[in-house]
Each structure stands twice: as C-alpha cells, then as structure tokens.
Design a protein around this ligand. Structure first.
Ligand code: SF4
Ligand code: SF4
Length: 320
C-alpha cells in the first residue's frame, strides 16, 4: 500500500474573496481525493516556532505538498528553517510570467551549510500561479502519482469511501516580516550579519548564518536582500518578485533584468538609505553609506599569487 500524500493548505492572510473561494473549492475537492490526506494551517510565513500548525507540519513523515500564497522557493526555505525538511520536489505549476527557474531545485553552492535532509519530497505550490482549482488539483494528482511511482506501488490506490477529516490548526497569527535565506545559494560570507544593525542575523554552533531574531526585522524594509552578493535573502511578502524569491538570479533564461530589480548599480546606495530610514524611525543615528563588500569571511578565498605563479606565467610567455 502506498504512503498517502499529505496536502497542507497554508491559508491566505488576505481577505480577498477570490482567494477565499479558491481555498474552499480546493479543500472540498481534496477531501474526497484518493491517496491524499489534508491539513490546514495559517499562512506559513506568520507561524511562530511553537505554533501547533508547525508542530503538525513537523509531524508529517511522508511526501508533502504545501499550498501557499508565496513563491515556492521562499516557502521551501521557510519550512526548512522551521524544521519541516525533505528534498525539494519539482513543481510544474508555476507563474510563467517570471520565467526565472525559481522552481528548479538546484545543487547547493556549499552543501555543508545544509543539514542532512530526510529522503522525502516537499512540493510548494504557489496558489497565485493557478487560474483555478482544477489546475492545482491536476498538479496534486501528478505529484501523487510521481510519489507513488517512487515507492514502487504494487496495488492501485482504492477509491476513498468517505471524505477525509482535515487536520485543522487555525487560530490568529500576527503578521510578520523577516528575511528567509536560500541555503542552496548562500556562501556564508556573513555580509548580512555585518550589515544588519538590528540583530536579526546570527550564527549557529557551526558558524553558519541564520535568521536568529526574525521579529527584530523592520517591517517593509528589504535592505539586506540588496546587499547579499548571492541574492540568497528573500522577503516573501515584498511586492518586487526578485526580492520576494519569485525569480532565481542564477536560474538562467530570465525575461527580466534581475540586477535592476534589486537596485542595479545603486543597490548598495538604496540599501544604505533604507537602513538609515529604519534607524531614524527607531530613534537611532543613521550610519550612512556602505563600504564595498569585504572579502567574504565564510566563502572559499581565491589563493594568493606567489612566486611559483609568476614563474609559471614567465614560462608560458616563452611558449616552451
Ligand atoms: S549575505 Fe547572503 S550569501 Fe552572505 S551569508 Fe548572508 S545570506 Fe549568505
Ligand atoms: S531588512 Fe533591515 S532590519 Fe531586516 S534583517 Fe535586513 S538589514 Fe536587518
């Protein structure tokens, strides 16, 4: 018997009736879908670490689909940060206008920054990419079949005889604002920890960057995402798709100029202004411009040239 696929709806924080009705339609359809267990939690970005919705998400052992209202890349990495872990499943239902390969799982630049992942897939579907419930249901069925094939299912799934009972973990969650790190892109250069003057970032016992005090972050400010040399910092609720994690700068085939979206050549200037604005609002003195990035502390350093390099250059110039 195949392991059921768990589909968790992370509810929209918006009161938009179109979003509410899409959620209701999806829930009604999923409850009678065979091979699928259903859960409901508040907006994942707003969940505090001890929220029962997160305890529930952490308790799911098998393949997981999270239906949410943020881009898939930040959704996956915020789940990772909360201890809901697995390898990233490839989602085919994407926002085609972005064309940023943001949904292509990629090899991490520095695998040692990522903890061992359980061997189960996690698929994050951005419901904003769907033009109706049927498109989402089709993608869920495709994923269910993909997971069943991986488990070498020998018997077909029986039709559901009665509707499932959804796991509901509702409850008010205050709106939050904090950065999410894409650890597949991060090089641990620690520029962000130096830049942020609000104590949001820290390092773990292995000196790996983490978002330690998320609620110290200044609402609406995305400054450090412009400073990160790898574009690994995302603010999922920002209106700019580059900053919100909707595009992946290294994905290739971009239709949009990503560096421009991050602020282009003025990115550091913009970031400094944004940081100063927040310092003033907090009653602190502005600090002004940012010096050009220092050689990274965590990233591998280029080897220094030595006499041997010079000698090799000289021999090559002689074309021996
Ligand atoms: S600045 Fe970016 S790459 Fe550097 S440690 Fe922070 S998140 Fe990672
Ligand atoms: S947006 Fe500002 S306050 Fe928030 S983490 Fe980045 S630098 Fe710190």
């Amino acid at each position: 018997m195949a392991q059921a696929l768990t589909v968790v709806l992370s509810q929209t924080p918006s009161k938009d009736p179109r979003r509410q009705s899409l959620q209701e339609e999806l829930l009604a359809a999923l409850l009678v879908e065979s091979g699928v267990e259903v859960g409901v939690v508040p907006h994942i970005y707003d969940l505090s670490d001890d929220h029962t919705g997160l305890l529930y998400l952490r308790s799911i052992p098998g393949p997981l689909v999270v239906l949410c209202w943020v881009y898939p890349r930040p959704a996956y990495w915020m789940l990772y940060r909360h201890g809901v872990r697995g390898r990233r499943g490839r989602v085919l239902l994407v926002d085609e206008s972005l064309d940023g390969d943001a949904d292509e799982p990629r090899e991490p630049v520095r695998p040692e920054l990522i903890d061992d992942l359980p061997d189960r897939p996690i698929y994050c579907i951005d419901l904003r990419a769907a033009d109706g419930a049927e498109a989402v249901l089709e993608e869920i069925r495709r994923i269910r079949d993909e997971c069943a094939a991986e488990l070498v299912q020998l018997t077909p799934l029986p039709p559901r005889s009665e509707p499932a009972v959804p796991q509901k973990h509702n409850g008010q969650t205050p709106r939050r604002w904090y950065p999410v790190i894409d650890y597949s892109k991060c090089t641990n250069c620690l520029e962000c920890i130096d830049f942020c003057l609000f104590g949001v970032y820290g390092v773990d016992g292995q000196e790996r960057i983490l978002v330690e005090q998320p609620d110290n972050c200044r609402r609406g400010c995305p400054a450090c995402s412009r400073v990160c040399p790898e574009h690994a910092i995302m603010f999922p609720m920002h209106k700019n798709p580059a900053i919100a994690g909707g595009t992946d700068p290294d994905g290739g085939g971009l239709k949009i100029d990503l560096s421009r979206l991050f602020g282009g050549e003025d990115a550091l200037k913009l970031a400094a202004e944004e940081r100063d604005r927040e310092l003033i609002k907090a009653g602190r003195a502005p600090v002004g411009a940012i010096s050009p990035p220092k050689p990274s502390r965590g990233a591998p350093q280029p080897a220094e040239r030595d006499e041997l390099d010079d000698l090799i250059d000289q021999l090559e110039s002689l074309e021996l």
